[in-house]
Structures are given as C-alpha cells and as structure tokens.
Design a protein around this ligand. Structure first.
Ligand code: 4AD
Length: 461
C-alpha cells in the first residue's frame, strides 16, 4: 500500500501543510463531539500520533463508524493543516477501515498496569510505553554496532548450539532430539545416540569462540542471544537475553576498562541524541530524572575500586549500622544489596569493582601475581547493579590448564580453546554486556520482563 509514514509528516510539517498524503495506522484514541470526531492515529513509525479530524457534516457516519474504536486500523487521506496543539493534523477526506476492533480489545483503557500488560505480550507492543521501549531498544542495538564498526572491530557470528560451557556454572539448556523416554546403559552411550553424537547445549556466552576469532582478527565483537538455565526469579534475570561481547587482542585489564567506559558513554549518548521524545517520556513517566542521571554519568569518570577496598567500605557501612542481609567478608561474592550500596549510596555513579578473588570467578581470567585474585572487573551501575562482566584472559597455557583442572573441567572439550594459548598466545581482554540490563539503566524500566518482546523466565514461557 503506497502511503506516507507519519514520522515523515512530523519531520517536515511545513512542507506537508496543504498536501493530501495517504496515511495508515491504528486508532489510539477516539473522541466524538457534536459536529466533529477526532482520531489519534499511530503507525509505529514514530512516537507521535497524527490527529485526524472528521467533519461529520461532510462524511456519512457509516464510513467512519467502525474507525471510532480504539485499536481499529485504517487508511485515510485528507488535507494536512497547521494546528497549535499538535503542530499538524489531517482534515479527513476519505477513510477506509482496514480492520475493525471489537470492544473486548484489551487495551481499551489509557493506562494499564505493567503486570497486566505482561499477560498480553503480543498486544502490549501497541501501548505507548512499549512503543518507547522498543524504539530505544532498536536504537541501542544500532548504536552498539556503530561504536564497534567505527573503532575497527569485526562483527562475528558464533554458534548458538555448543558443546562447551563457557562460564562452567552448569546453567546450560540442553539441546536434544532424543525422545523423552530414551534409555542408555551409560551417560556416554546416551549422548552418543543424540543428534550431534555428544552432549550439546545453548550457549551461555560466546566468549570462547570470540577469543578464538580475535586471535586472527585482532578485535571482534559478538551480539546475539544467550541462554541461562539459572533459577533466579528476579527483576534482572531472564533465561534468554541478548549479550554483547567484544574481545580485544594486545589489551590488558586497564585498557579494557577504558574501552568499556568509552563504549557505555558512547551508546548512552547516541540513544539520548536519537530518541529525544522517548527519553522525555521515560523521564516523565518511568524514572523521574533519568535524563539528569544519564547526563551526570556522561560527564563524570566511573569509579575504579579494588575488590578489597569495596569489602572495606561495605564492612565499615555494616559497622555504622547499615543492615545488610548477607554478611561481608573478603572472599564473598557481592550481593545485590552490596552492589546497590556502592553505586547508589556510597559513590552515586557507576563503579568498576576490580581484582576479585579467583575462587569466585571463572577459569579463564588472568591470575594476578598475588596468587589470590584475578584481573577481572564487574561494572555496577546505580539502580541496576552489574551490567558488564569483564576480564583480562589468562594467556599462559600452563596456568590456564591448572585453573581448569582445579575446577574438574573436561580438558578434551576445550582443546580448540587451549590451542589459542599454544599457538601464538597474546595478552587479550574482553567483556560481556547484558543488553537488557543497559536498556533498563537507560530507560529506568525496573523489570527486565518489560524490555523484551517475549521474556523467558523460570516457569514462564
Ligand atoms: O558476567 P557474565 O556471566 O560474563 C560472561 O558471560 C562472560 N563470559 C562475558 C565475557 O567476558 N565475554 O555475564 C555478562 C553480563 C552480565 O554482566 C549481565 O549484564 C548479563 O550478562 N547477564 C544477564 N542478563 C540477563 N539475565 C541473565 N540471566 C543474565 N546473566 C548475565
């Protein structure tokens, strides 16, 4: 159907005044008065809706009756006129209803709770809130690609089905074509009968393949779906999320921290520049002050804090009466409440916690000379907590094998990975950014289920 996007009309309103374009869209609101009817029509091309004005004396009611229903779809032509309130509006000349919308349409009301909208993911995308979320989500993805492209990274596409568990946390979903009642004499025989002739699962991280690619391409990134079968029913965890994973050769932990900060600032600024109306919406309705928060973040350095110092700060806070549910001791993993204290209360800005104890981190991280810690960092941001997991990788073959052996990892599954340390190993570093987490930080949306089209969480699909 030939028609003009509403976005184009609002982009150059003066040039459309007096013309009669064809527009299409869905009715957002319908108002009736004695002589005229008003329809707010949105076509998804931009955040704004176009007001259609129907002169009831000039148009038979049978033509527009079905259009006076929220959710109905239509196409219309008419003269574009200037309007004080809306910038422009259309005085309708012809109108055709494409799809009627009966009164049981679930989005009748102007406002619904987010909990209710989660029960209708196939329809909630038509609500203003989600229109804004998905516009920013799209822009954020574009900004991420742009950053890497401008900085000489190759975009590589690792497999989603894999045999290696990168994080070694046993959180892989299995991929199988065996029937539910398949039996076998042993585990080995069971998997030998499966599609790949061995145990397979969905990737928890593309890092290992990313490292292999970087060893030839120098600087790469991956950006794809990642799956975790972790039983975490929180507002920040889903079983399927999008993961951005750059890997950089000839780069140590300090270099990668600099890159991560530059990257976050670039993508946030790019989204703010390209989605001003959506950001205004979030600022007003979702997180009051989110624009100020982001501007403040852009103009300040992120804190770089040694893990050991973080523990000291938390201990002092506990001694001064801060009521943490989980006790703090050197060696413990930081809980959400600890992360929140550091970012929201103590520093009030993003914090890189650096040099975690080796025992609580993954096998691939570079072992520090102290023998206790690894060159790893998490980036924590106010309101959300961890958005990036990052490290310099252990480049020494023997040290890497020792770390894997200590974790009882089956070395035969990682031969290809170990080859990278055998043949021309180099210092290299990388990180993983949770795409939905940074989207939450930018928009102020509080629940990760509200930044995905179809959130997958434990017990719910
Ligand atoms: O810290 P993680 O587990 O790091 C890795 O997977 C590394 N292999 C990444 C790398 O160095 N290439 O995960 C990275 C990020 C987290 O900081 C978080 O933002 C996000 O992925 N994340 C999740 N997001 C939503 N739901 C979940 N269940 C997530 N688990 C991790």
């Amino acid at each position: 159907m030939k028609h003009t996007d509403i976005k184009r009309l609002f982009a150059e309103p003066e040039s459309f005044v007096g013309t009669s374009p064809v527009i299409c869209g869905w009715v957002r609101t319908a108002r009736d008065s004695k002589n005229v009817s008003f329809l707010e029509v949105n076509d998804g091309s931009c955040f704004r809706s176009l007001q259609l004005v129907i002169d009831k004396e000039k148009m038979d009611e049978s033509v527009y009756r079905d259009a006076m229903a929220v959710g109905a779809s239509l196409t219309a032509t008419g003269t574009i006129v200037a309007s004080d309130r809306n910038g422009i509006e259309m005085n309708v000349e012809t109108l055709t209803v494409l799809g009627k919308c009966p009164s049981d349409y679930p989005l009748q009301k102007k406002r619904h709770t987010l909990e209710y909208l989660r029960t209708i993911p196939h329809l909630r995308v038509r609500a203003r809130y989600f229109e804004a979320v998905f516009a920013v989500r799209d822009q954020l993805a574009q900004s991420i690609h742009q950053y890497f492209h401008k900085n000489g990274y190759r975009y590589v596409h690792p497999p989603i089905i894999t045999g290696s568990d990168c994080e070694g946390a046993g959180e892989m979903f299995r991929v199988t074509t065996l029937p539910w009642n398949a039996t076998a004499e042993s585990e080995a025989e069971y998997y030998a009968n499966d599609f790949f002739g061995r145990k397979a699962g969905l990737t928890v991280s593309a890092q290992l393949e990313g490292e292999m690619a970087a060893m030839g391409l120098g600087r790469i990134y991956t950006f794809g779906p990642t799956f975790r079968a972790e039983n975490s029913n929180t507002t920040r965890h889903v079983a399927e999320f999008w993961h951005v994973e750059p890997e950089v050769c000839f780069c140590d932990i300090h270099d990668i921290i600099e890159i991560a900060e530059d990257f976050i600032k670039y993508i946030v600024k790019d989204v703010m520049d390209n989605c001003p109306e959506e950001m205004e919406f979030f600022n007003q309705w979702v997180e009051k002050g989110v624009i100020d928060k982001l501007n403040k973040m852009l103009s300040n350095d992120f804190v770089k804090l040694d893990y050991t110092d973080a523990i000291e700060i938390l201990k002092k806070a506990a001694e001064a009466g801060k009521d943490f549910k989980y006790p703090v001791e050197w060696g413990c993993d930081l809980q959400t409440e600890h992360e929140k204290y550091l970012t929201d209360e103590h520093f009030g800005r993003p914090v890189f916690v650096v040099n975690y104890p080796a025992a609580i981190k993954s096998f691939y991280m570079k072992q520090n000379p102290d023998g206790k810690t690894v060159a790893a960092t998490d980036l924590l941001v106010p309101g959300i907590g961890e958005i990036i997991g990052c490290s310099e990788r252990e480049a020494d073959y023997d040290k890497l094998v020792a770390a894997m052996t200590a974790r009882n990892m089956p070395l035969e599954n990682y031969e290809a990975y170990l080859d990278t340390r055998k043949y021309g190993s180099v210092p290299h570093s990388g990180f993983g950014l949770g795409f939905e987490r940074v989207l939450m930080y930018i928009t102020g949306v509080q629940n990760i289920r509200d930044v995905l089209m179809y959130p997958r969480t434990v017990g719910s699909m």
